[in-house]
Design a protein around this ligand. Sequence first.
Ligand code: SIN
Length: 179
Amino acid sequence: MSDIWIFGYGSLIWRPDFPHAEARPASIDGWARRFWQGSTDHRGVPGSPGRVVTLVEKPGSTCHGRAYRVGADARDAVIAGLDHREKGGYALRDVDILFEAGRAPVRGVVYIATPGNPNWLGRADMAEIAAQVAAAAGPSGSNAEYVLRLADAIRSMGAEDPHVFAVAGRLEPARLSAS
Ligand code: SIN
């Protein structure tokens, strides 16, 4: 068995709680990050789900995140742990991961929640997404913390994501007034 690259674009960017040999800013083409997945086990509860990110296919779009190389010896245990962490609707699929524009991609895996999974919420306008995020919390903490940490992590990599920044921007005033 060989090493495996895992691409993270949500909480896996800022909270990789698994052993890895290497972590690098990376991107995948043809995918956009959206707060269209419900969370009833981490950032919300049944009956009051939070909104967490998934990826939707969007030709011409690039999603910036972080890729982790997991050694062959740890691979099965790490994937089993992530399968459990991402069990609220995400499934593993293969993806081409880019480290630098113009360079050949490496093959890796990513967790994506697709329409039809039990926690799928789908499209909503920014005000509705931000209001739902502001109201939700679950065993892993508040939904607002998830959004703001994600926005901070994307910014700290020097990357952009207008969808994430728009939701975070609607939550920022609450963060400022709480500090
Ligand atoms: C990911 O981070 O790659 C998956 C979504 C999440 O756990 O927030």
